[in-house]
Design a protein around this ligand. Structure first.
Ligand code: MG
Length: 388
């Protein structure tokens, strides 16, 4: 098996929404098709990847460094002993001549290719990705469904409390029990009004509401908000300070008794290990949100899982950021705690298969070979055009 061509492109995933740090009016996303010389039903098997959301496209790094290394490699160097495509070997080739540290855009570029390689490998094996992964990296008995929560509650021009409540009601109508909203982009008093408006929709049950600061607060503000929201008993208080400010996180964990969640802007094993070493997170309640697609792909995410296990953490404490199908398969195969979901946002790349049904905040996986992006019609059309 060899990779005969790589087609890379960019799609806009823009929208008018805003969190405490950024708006998404110019958000875009790298997409990739890796064409193999394996023929099924008269056509070459193609693996697809993209870079989740929240970080911009990484085409320059893909074109200048990562993809040439992959395509220039001798075909045998991408294969394991049995002659099958091995994304872990491909990963070593892609990262040749890259110094450690400085993760960010590079981890996004490698993550796009890693996703396409796993899609390709699972398709060649004739398995849906969660089965492929469970057989090779899990216990062979994947979860049949995955917990998902609806992430929304963004700030948007002209969006009032009534609109926010309608949005949350819409999530409940779609089968979600747990919802998330943004905070930290308005004064505390206004955010508390927004939280209480959403709690009304949830019958006053704070354990079904997560709030997300997107890294905006300094320590005094983190503690002030923490004191104000602790009585609600929220599902979690997310990414409260700068993602790399481990001491802030540790101090907050000493004061805020409810669950904390963070990690969507940590892009490597060393960064995540530092969070575990120095971030004061509590393995009995807190949640790690590293997004495999943004952080060097699943090959690195497997290393992160090993590290977490060594530190006494259950894989169930991981609920990746991103709301995409790649992490949905990973969550089922590695028995994570769940996966994020953004109903209706970040189209065409975001979300699950068109026929995926959310019931009681859980979704089942499709049995299409690979990730199953072919089951997401509008996105598949974009991917197919890459190599048409
Ligand atoms: Mg977040």
């Amino acid at each position: 098996m060899r990779i005969t061509a790589a087609y890379e492109g960019v799609v806009p995933i823009s929208s008018a929404i805003r969190n405490a740090w950024i708006d998404f009016t110019s958000m875009d996303c790298s997409v990739l098709a890796l064409v193999s010389d394996v023929i099924r039903d008269g056509k070459p098997v193609v693996g697809y990847g993209f870079n989740s959301n929240g970080r911009y496209s990484a085409g320059e790094i893909l074109r200048r460094r990562i993809l040439p290394r992959l395509l220039d490699a001798s075909p045998g160097s991408l294969l394991d002993e049995s002659g099958s495509l091995d994304p872990a070997r491909a990963w070593q080739l892609m990262m040749r001549n890259e110094k450690p540290g400085g993760h960010g855009e590079r981890s996004v570029a490698v993550g796009v290719v890693d996703m396409a390689l796993f899609d390709l490998a699972a398709k060649i094996a004739g398995q849906p990705l969660y089965r492929y992964l469970s057989d090779r990296y899990g216990d062979g008995d994947p979860d049949e469904s995955v917990f998902v929560y609806a992430a929304g509650g963004y700030y948007a021009p002209g969006k009032g409390l009534r609109d926010l409540q309608d949005e949350m009601r819409g999530f409940l109508d779609q089968g979600y029990r747990v919802v998330k909203m943004k905070i930290g982009g308005a004064p505390l008093a206004e955010d508390l009004q927004r939280i209480e408006a959403v709690l009304q929709v949830l019958g006053g049950d704070g354990s079904r509401l997560a709030v997300d600061v997107n890294g905006r607060f300094d320590l005094p503000t983190a503690l002030e908000y923490g004191r104000a929201i602790e009585p609600y008993g929220l599902f979690w208080y997310e990414e409260v300070g700068d993602p790399l400010d481990y001491r802030l996180n540790a101090t907050l964990a000493e004061h805020y008794r409810g669950p904390l969640a963070t990690g969507e802007n940590l892009f490597s094993l060393p960064d995540t290990r530092n969070l575990i070493r120095y971030g004061g997170l509590r393995p009995d309640r807190d949640v790690i949100q590293v997004d495999p697609a943004l952080s060097y792909g699943l090959v690195e995410y497997l290393r992160i899982q090993d590290m977490l296990r060594e530190h006494g953490w259950s894989s169930r404490r991981c609920i990746p950021h991103g709301g995409h199908q790649f992490s949905l398969h990973i969550a089922a195969a590695l028995k994570l705690g769940g996966n994020e979901s953004y109903p209706g946002e970040f189209q065409p790349t975001g979300g699950f298969a068109d026929d995926a049904v959310v019931r009681d905040s859980a979704v089942r996986l499709s049995d299409e070979p690979g990730i199953g992006l072919e089951g997401k019609q509008a996105f598949y059309e974009v991917l197919r055009q890459l190599h048409a």
